[in-house]
Design a protein around this ligand. Sequence first.
Ligand code: ATP
Ligand code: MG
Length: 569
Amino acid sequence: MRYSEYFIPTLKETPADAEVISHQLMLRAGMIRKLAAGIYNYLPLGLRSIRKVENIVREEMNRAGAIELLMPMVTPAELWQESGRWEKYGPELRRIKDRKEAEFCLGPTHEEVVTDIVRREVRSYRQMPLNLYQVQTKFRDEIRPRFGLMRGREFIMKDAYSFDVDSSAADISYDKMYQAYRRIFQRCGLNFRAVEADTGSIGGTASHEFMVLAESGEDAIVSCSACEYAANVEKAESPVKGGTEHAEPRPLEKVATPEKRTIEEVAEFLGVPKAAMVKTLVLSADGEPVVALLRGDHDLNEIKLQHLLGCDTLEMAGDEIVTKVTGAPVGFAGPVGLKVKIVADLAVQVLRNFVTGGNAKDLHLKNVNLDRDCHVGIFADIRNVVHGDPCPRCSGGTLEMWRGIEVGHVFKLGTRYSEALHATYLDADGKEQTVFMGCYGIGIGRTVAAAIEQNHDDNGIIFPLPIAPFHCIISALNMKEEAVKEASETIYQQLSEAGVEVLLDDRDERPGFKFKDADLIGIPLRIVVGSKNLADGKVELKERRSGEVSLLPIDEAVEKVKAAVAVAL
Ligand code: ATP
Ligand code: MG
């Protein structure tokens, strides 16, 4: 490709509305342009990277035995009504009507559609295992689209769905996908972790998320310092420690705490550690008030609590409800004397003589003991783990916290969808059985963005070679000079013939200008052709990542580039 004939609208300035570095660089490098909130044009350079990721994904899916098909983006409401998701899926599901007032939605995911195919076409156990995948545009009307391709409303996803005769066969399909995902993200050159994940609203029995480690990541994840355990904080657990259950219960005591509302304020005022206090949160679960008790230094994990309660919505109660439930203004809630359902975290179960709110203005209670003073309905793990907590899997390891970008997700669905949509088959004895499913997603655009988040410097993107839009850029310093033109064209031809993807910067621009663009768009290898070095038959080869420059005879430079590309792919 010749730069002068190509389309790379780079920007000098950092666009003001781009918060994270990958979004800034994708705009500046002319890879994407915003059309509307969360909806982007993929410009040629961006599209090339996207196709690279897609191809790696396709190769690994095919290698793992999955088969590509393509399902429509517009899908009929009836299927979603059958699965129950027409009602359950929130406003992210964009519902639309056609001219006959028939209802449809823009596919945010395709469990329903693919299950419909399978229930019609798969009759016998002999037709499984079956794994069908597509690379397709999805639409989710995200409440806060942001960070460019990282969280769009329209985005490209690879989604695969496995169908098996029983749970153990489904486990094998799941494991194949898990291994394929590891290979995919390794091949993309990413530093990632596979973590245990919450199974969420999609309904299923086990799942892992593939997280690219990055400070800007929206997810908090933990991993053990000693063993393989890694999990999303939404899911992560830790054995209870720091209990005081052997202490003698002391008499309950009222203490005045004028204007002291927060855990910090009360802890300081009374001179007790936060871990010797209990915070009392009033929430609304499907509109019903419920109280959660947590140790003062711990935070509520709303997802764990929501699963426990089995509710569709869970939110912090407003001031009015707090006052109605506790009889006190916000800041003085405590469990003693409450008439609503109380859920206490396991770390609270082992506390004695703790401090909590007194359910009256400017009042707290000391020496509260749950078994003596309150009626707790449920004890359960409802907190977020924190840095340094003990590992739940090994003895001696402690949990470390990371930020991550979720680029992929694998899921054991069990019979959640096959039961609802009656996807069955006949087993070897001719008996009707329900199909076991798994689903497996990768955000293609998000993967490119995550790669940039992990690979950049002050001058721009540093693409891992397998997903770079071009492998090599030839910066011809002055194409008007016959020798430079001739050498550049020869190198261009030799590399192209060898299968190297080359961008020939033949523009009539100053060298500094060309170098800036080359750095910005992040092409891994650069050959600089200038008349001075050419006089000795040499060119400069520069590696984008290390910045290493070597002055080489033309043939040698060409061979080096060919070899570097062959090794990386
Ligand atoms: P998130 O928690 O980030 O919203 P999700 O759990 O809803 O993601 P899945 O339904 O598992 O995501 O979708 C599979 C993959 O699709 C994700 O791992 C992610 O890479 C990608 N993806 C999901 N939502 C978006 C989005 N709004 N923009 C870009 N990619 C997305
Ligand atoms: Mg989502």
